[in-house]
Design a protein around this ligand. Sequence first.
Ligand code: NAD
Length: 325
Amino acid sequence: MSRKILVTGASGWLGIAIVQALLARGDQVVALDLRSSPASLALATRHPELTLAEADLGEWSQVVDVFKAHGPTAVVHTAAIVGVVLAADVPIKTLRVNTEGSINLFEAMRLHGVKRVVHLSTEETYGDFTAPVITEDHPQKPNSVYGLTKLAAEHYGRVYTDRYGLECINVRTCWVYGPNLPRARVPKVFIDAALDGTAYHLTAGGDLAVDQVYIDDTVAGVLLALDKKNHRFDAYHIATGQAPTIDDVARFVREFVPGANVSTAPGLYLHGDRFPTARKGALDISRARQELGYSPQYDLRAGIEKSILEARAERTAKRAGGIGP
Ligand SMILES: NC(=O)c1ccc[n+]([C@@H]2O[C@H](COP(=O)([O-])OP(=O)(O)OC[C@H]3O[C@@H](n4cnc5c(N)ncnc54)[C@H](O)[C@@H]3O)[C@@H](O)[C@H]2O)c1
């Protein structure tokens, strides 16, 4: 039976990268999002095996209509209100999309006999890390609206797995970075400043140690989780297993962009200058290595170098009037 993968949040940053990776290996793809993006519209013109489905995951009837119309065989679920600050500003909408939307998805899967979903989850479901390196068994006590709604989606998945035989697999990734990251976060803020020739000084949080994973490695981990025949576990860390500091990020940017005026100061890292971060660290990736054969290709230094190369290429293309990614 040919595979037809439904990707929710397919216009989003990780969603479109996953769509591209699935198309590249010959899968049929249904790309669900509130609206198709210029990038997904462009992809659809080149790939007849890509179908665009505009639907609101929070609306049950729209979700089930997508299943009726397109008959997916498996799901990669990335749609969400993403980020600690954004979610805190719209807590009810976040509950509706991240949690209720996930339930709508699981119900539609149950009714249409679709078993496998890989849910993009997050280290925010843990709250404060109690050790510098944590495994998937670490207690999940989120202290953000975002983390709480993502944890609820994970738990609903467990109920649907136990009761209805779904296979809801959670890929817990950490701070993903790479070209075109859609939010003002490191390393993007440092790289943009460095390439613009402006200064960027982070006034606190330089000593925050956090696992940062290059987007290609996250996408590779998602596909491995999607493809594995029988899962012994329902959660995997797809990260690097290391926790460099934010100051390391600035240091690598200075190394690859000579003259870059980017720096940090120690102290409490604030999300969006407002919300103190939970205590972070590294996500142990032994389980993903052993069970999925996951092997990240980029440590932070290599990922920063690649991000800078990509950002430079994008700027050159824009200046030349070409089309960016
Ligand atoms: N980017 C990261 O660093 C990171 C880290 C850990 C986990 N994640 C998880 O990865 C997933 C994707 O993150 P991202 O960075 O690509 O975010 P993103 O904001 O770029 O993408 C999310 C997509 O979901 C779509 N969406 C929102 N509400 C919807 C609705 N009601 N119906 C249908 N679509 C809707 C948005 O339109 C958007 O295209 C999320 O589930 C997030 O929790 C991301």
